[in-house]
Design a protein around this ligand. Structure first.
Ligand code: SF4
Ligand code: SF4
Ligand code: FES
Length: 726
């Protein structure tokens, strides 16, 4: 399809929107309501362009101009480019070449700002506000309106996490469309009409799960993240692109730090993984990274843990392990540790010959992954077995919901993801008949056409031998569709048996289904590949109290009902003084995953990079440096002494250069199957320490009943004011 933008000829795929044609030409057009992952609505009218097309005459041929070229018939008024489809032969003019467009856009900007409070100096979105930027680029620079602006409620909490400033809202409808189209929750809408229109929720506020995404997409400072607002200006933050490791999805995020504190987490686009969304835990649950951190080593003296330095801690470890064989020191690490940290631990275990090595959480056996998140979104049926996606892998839930509304993935252009995808529709029809949930009830169950309660591996057995109408429908669906995906969650993976694996293999062969088992922990797939499971004669993590001595990195068995100590000497490496750390002989300060460099493997088997945000962690160290110090205390010299040596070793092993991973990561089948007894676990996304303490952070929001009692539109004293501006 040939399109000409400002005289620049382009060859574009059919169906391209006018706005994407403009961007494909390298030209610019302002926009507020258009959003790459939401339906185009043409609400803000900022993306105006002039457009014209050739026309065929009665004889069926194009009407030609004097030079013999098809004559362009220009539309009499500028059009919104986001809802307009570019057609073959179309000509488009932007503000760069058309005074009519420049004037229309400036006029539209003046109109948008008519009642805007213009509190840019105090608005927390300042420095990242699309309206501010576009007003500067496309506005008149002055307003012709001198009357008092409309006033509405400011700092109006939609929930504990999201604050609305009604005055700043420009009614672009992005937030409303987001809830309707992405998580499929009709909770937010326009109330009232005309000059009184405002956004609000039903009683009860916004549902926790994916509400935070509206703070990313609001083009003005109307919706703000209550955990982060007023904690820094956009230009004051150090923005670090990294990967969330709170669950096995591995969403791309940006960690914003200021003065050594992690103040904000926002979503970053990764078309293959999280598109542009993240869950509320990933966005709001980062406070622990900067609160109550352990910043120096602690050594037990006379029964009490006392601050020390690393030399003192190493000396205490050396003393504590006197008389023991290095092989007596069991080594346990959290499943969210990086691949590089895992390699360092494996190397040390090899040197000390300890068979007691483990990571947690993990399952007892590995089930091979054959589906990606994109396969889930574009499947024609999904069967979820024994999973609570809200707790195990929230963004996977969004990809399943994407499948239910047709699995339309946005096209990609050289300028990035399409800005307006004309195939997307508002209030999309969902197809619950494509989804079966077998297992316990979860949030996803509400969207499923077939729901069957089952537990453990019984879920698969029931699907293999259907005995209810819903099960028969699910089995039939699986047999009939072309691209089914089976998602396996903790409830089935906790009880994987040989029989289960055989049944699964049989089902996959018969139906051609792809399988996506949700890893037990954020990098348990990667650490299992490094074989960090108990070796012959070794003690697993659940048998910690039998070990003579143990080194426990960022695990807290004492709060999981396990003994928090080894039989003898216990070393804990953690970011906080946990219940387990309180029982230890030596506590070494650790860094969080926001301040690490390294690689993690998500549930698809995708290698994703972690980058180091500028947080102050005192003397906190990552596991590689800590293990180097531990090796020193044990009197051995390990060959992995830093990130570089770990990555060199892993590059040989995985055949991937980890120093140069692409932004979207790279899928690497990690085909190791292991069997080692594991401790069944119940995934729980929000941990206690992820909750913000609103009092301490000064972000406390008033009780909703109080808020409603005190809220009213200005001038609304009994009867609404009649017409005009209020
Ligand atoms: S609150 Fe923000 S996203 Fe929602 S309609 Fe208003 S300006 Fe748009
Ligand atoms: S879905 Fe998982 S990886 Fe993504 S933001 Fe939430 S917790 Fe983090
Ligand atoms: S009308 Fe809002 S971006 Fe086009």
């Amino acid at each position: 399809m040939k399109v000409v933008v400002d005289g620049i000829p382009l060859d574009l795929p059919a169906g391209t929107s006018g706005i994407d044609a403009v961007f494909a030409a390298g030209r610019d057009v302002p926009y507020f309501c258009a959003h790459s992952y939401l339906s185009p609505v043409g609400a803000c009218r900022m993306c105006l362009v002039e457009s014209g097309s050739p026309r065929k005459g009665k004889d069926g041929n194009f009407e030609l101009d004097e030079s013999g070229q098809p004559k362009i018939f220009w539309f009499p008024k500028p059009m919104a480019a986001c809802t307009m489809q570019a057609t073959d032969g179309m000509h488009i003019r932007t503000a760069k070449t058309s005074d009519v467009v420049a004037k229309a856009q400036a006029g539209m900007m003046e109109f948008t700002l008519l009642n805007h409070p213009l509190d840019c100096p105090t608005c927390d979105k300042g420095g990242a506000c699309e309206l501010q930027d576009r007003a500067f680029e496309y506005g008149y620079g002055a307003s012709r309106f001198g009357f008092d602006r409309r006033h509405a409620d400011k700092h109006y909490p939609l929930s504990d996490f999201v604050i609305l400033d009604q005055e700043r809202c420009i009614h672009c409808k992005r937030c409303v469309r987001y809830f309707e189209e992405v998580p499929g929750q009709e909770v937010l809408d326009f109330i009232e009409r005309g000059g009184h229109t405002f956004i609000d929720t039903e009683e009860g506020g916004l549902p926790t799960g994916f509400q935070g995404n509206i703070t990313d997409i609001c083009p003005v400072g109307a919706l703000l993240d209550n955990v982060a607002r007023f904690r820094g200006r956009n230009w004051e933050y150090d923005h670090t692109p990294t990967t969330c490791t709170l669950c096995p999805v591995g969403c791309s995020i940006t960690a914003d730090a200021r003065n050594g504190r992690l103040e904000r987490v926002v979503a970053r686009e990764n078309r293959e993984v999280n598109e542009v969304w993240i869950c509320d835990a990933g966005r709001f649950g980062h406070v622990f990274a900067s609160e109550d951190r352990l910043t120096v080593p602690l050594v037990r003296v006379d029964g009490e843990l006392r601050p020390s330095d690393w030399d003192g801690a190493i000396l205490a470890i050396r003393r504590g392990l006197t008389g023991m064989n290095p092989a007596d020191l069991a080594l346990y690490l959290n499943a969210d540790s990086t691949l590089e940290e895992g390699a360092a631990l494996e190397t040390l275990a090899g040197l000390t010959d300890t068979p007691s090595v483990d990571h947690w959480p993990r399952y007892a056996a590995n089930v091979e992954t054959t589906a990606t998140l994109t396969d889930v979104a574009t499947a024609d049926a999904v069967i979820v077995l024994g999973a609570d996606l809200g707790e195990e892998a929230p963004v996977l839930e969004l990809r399943v919901l994407e499948m239910l509304r047709g699995g339309i993935l946005p096209p990609e252009f050289p300028h990035g993801t399409a800005i307006a995808d004309l195939r997307l529709v508002e209030r999309p029809t969902r197809h619950p008949e494509r989804l079966a949930v077998i297992g316990g009830e979860s949030r996803l169950s509400a969207h499923a056409g077939m729901r069957v309660s089952a537990n453990g591996h019984n879920a698969l057995a029931r699907l293999m031998r259907p005995d209810t109408d819903d099960l028969r429908a699910a089995a039939k669906l699986l047999a009939e569709v072309k691209k089914p995906v089976l998602i396996l969650g903790a409830d089935v993976l906790n009880t994987v048996t040989r029989e289960f694996t055989a049944q699964l293999a049989d089902l996959v062969t018969r139906t051609g289904a792809k399988v996506l088992p949700i890893s037990a922990g954020p990098n348990s797939k990667g650490l299992a590949h490094l074989n960090l499971v108990p070796r012959a004669g070794g003690l697993g993590y659940d048998r910690l109290e039998e070990a003579r001595a143990a080194f426990i990195s960022r695990l807290d068995p004492a709060t999981h009902g396990l003994p928090g100590r080894a039989r003898g000497f216990t070393i804990v490496h953690d970011t906080h003084l946990t219940a387990t750390a309180r029982l230890a002989d030596v506590v070494l300060p650790a860094v969080t995953n926001y301040e690490k460099r390294g690689t993690t493997v998500n549930l698809e088997g995708r290698l994703l990079p972690l980058r180091q945000a500028a947080l102050s962690a005192g003397e906190g160290a990552d596991l590689i440096r800590t293990l180097t110090a531990l090796a020193e205390a044990l009197g051995v010299r390990t060959r992995i002494r830093g990130l570089k040596s770990a990555q060199a070793l892993l590059a040989d092993r995985l055949g991937v250069d980890l120093t140069d991973l692409p932004e979207s990561g790279v899928i690497r089948p990690l085909g190791v199957t292991f069997t080692a007894p594991a401790l069944p676990h119940t995934p729980q996304l929000w941990k206690e320490r992820m909750h913000a303490n609103p009092e301490r952070r000064g972000s406390r929001v008033p009780d909703r009943a109080d808020r409603i009692a005190t809220w009213q539109l200005t001038g609304q004293d009994g009867a609404l004011p009649v017409g005009g501006d209020d």
